[in-house]
Design a protein around this ligand. Structure first.
Ligand code: SF4
Length: 373
């Protein structure tokens, strides 16, 4: 079984922290959708297994698309692939787009999972981040989604924002868990290059939160998750039992997927590929019968590094026996040597399985570097 990712690279305006590829030129949406449908058809022979288990509309802001456009893209997928009758079909959405009529129509055309970008339940923070909704809009959007028949609802929150004390963050987590959600993603605010937040920081208008507060807020996320019967199954993700994001989980276990649209990434036949991250160039290329894909064949070392990187992000961790089978005993010896240098409160060993504790997950980047040498 494989997955499909559809990138919708349009946003009404840019949030201050965001470095994803998106533009605010809505006049290109029609041409973009036509090009996208052609790409979906052109590339259908790239997958080894054309049975699709998950479809994910990400962005950008997919909820800016009219229902007819989403329906047209889905039809093209159904015409060119075999979509599992129980496929998980997710749409990322922003609260300001989610009125009852739109939500109802999304359900009608087969979207069965929503990932709502809430980011904060504090109005001053939302304004600072240049989001386009209020805390009230956010809460109402989740309740409306439930009313319109969505039972698989994920929301995103951001922690590590200067000015949001630990207690305030915990209150936001309580608000999240008071809502009918099945999945919660929490990300630490990063200062990425080429963002407004990066400029504010360079100009001294914003000072990043200290690591200790970020750690405390991450640990609060972990504790509230357990208190509310959710499972913290990946660094940034938690869900009710059996409600993990199937689409994202397939990235972590290296299932094949095709990514369509400007800037979208794919993985198939041991190849990583990515589309040109420019809407106009993308549309032009496809109209000339030329998909602007860059490809890279993964080496044995790449595959080993990805296995460690992706495995250590999850609560399942990595399995030393499997690593020995795929990459040889030498790698296992190196990993054991790296483990022996780690503080005991950063990892857990269960037979051949190694996973990180919540504290270890927080510093996983440096642990991964040790593991892959
Ligand atoms: S809505 Fe999402 S993709 Fe668009 S600018 Fe904001 S964070 Fe980035």
């Amino acid at each position: 079984m494989s997955g499909i990712y559809v990138h919708v690279p349009f946003c009404k305006s840019k949030c201050i922290y965001c470095d994803f590829y998106s533009i605010a030129v809505q006049s290109l949406i029609g041409d973009y959708c036509n090009a996208l449908k052609k790409e979906i058809a052109f590339r259908s022979n790239q997958l080894t297994d054309r049975h699709i288990r998950t479809i994910y509309f990400g962005g950008g802001t997919p909820s800016m698309l009219e229902i007819g456009k989403i329906e047209g893209i889905l039809s093209e997928i159904y015409n060119n692939y075999t979509v599992d009758s129980n496929a998980e079909i997710t749409l990322e959405a922003n609260p300001e787009n989610l009125n009852a009529e739109y939500l109802y129509q999304l359900r009608q055309i087969g979207i069965n999972r929503l990932s709502i970008g809430i980011q904060s339940f504090d109005d001053a923070t939302l304004k600072f981040l240049k989001r386009r909704h209020t805390a009230k809009d956010a809460i109402e959007s989740v309740l409306a989604a439930q009313k319109c028949g969505f039972y698989n609802i994920s929301i995103d929150l951001i922690y590590g924002i200067t000015g949001i004390e630990n207690k305030m963050w915990e209150k936001q987590l309580d608000t999240a868990f008071s809502l009918p959600i099945s999945h919660l993603s929490c990300y630490c605010l990063g200062i990425e290059d080429n963002t407004l937040l990066h400029r504010y920081t360079a100009e001294g208008k914003y000072s990043p939160t200290d690591d200790e507060s970020c750690l405390q807020q991450f640990l609060a996320f972990d504790s509230k998750v357990s208190e509310n019967g959710f499972e913290h199954y990946e660094i940034s993700n938690a869900s009710k039992p059996n409600m993990h994001s199937r689409h994202n989980s397939s990235y972590w276990d290296r299932t094949e997927y095709l990514g369509f649209g400007p800037g979208a990434h794919s993985y198939y036949n041991g190849i990583r590929a990515w589309n040109i991250a420019n809407v106009k160039e993308y549309i032009k290329g496809i109209s000339e019968g030329n998909i602007c894909l860059t490809t890279e064949t993964l080496s044995e070392t790449d595959i080993f590094e990805e296995t460690i990187m992706l495995g250590l992000r999850t609560s399942e961790g990595i399995n030393l026996r499997e690593i020995e089978q795929h990459f040889g005993n030498e790698k296992v010896t190196e990993i054991r040597a790296a483990i022996s240098k780690l503080q005991p409160d950063l990892y857990k060993c269960n037979g051949d399985n190694i996973s990180l504790t919540p504290k270890g997950m927080f510093v996983s980047d440096s642990i991964i570097v040790e593991f892959i040498g």
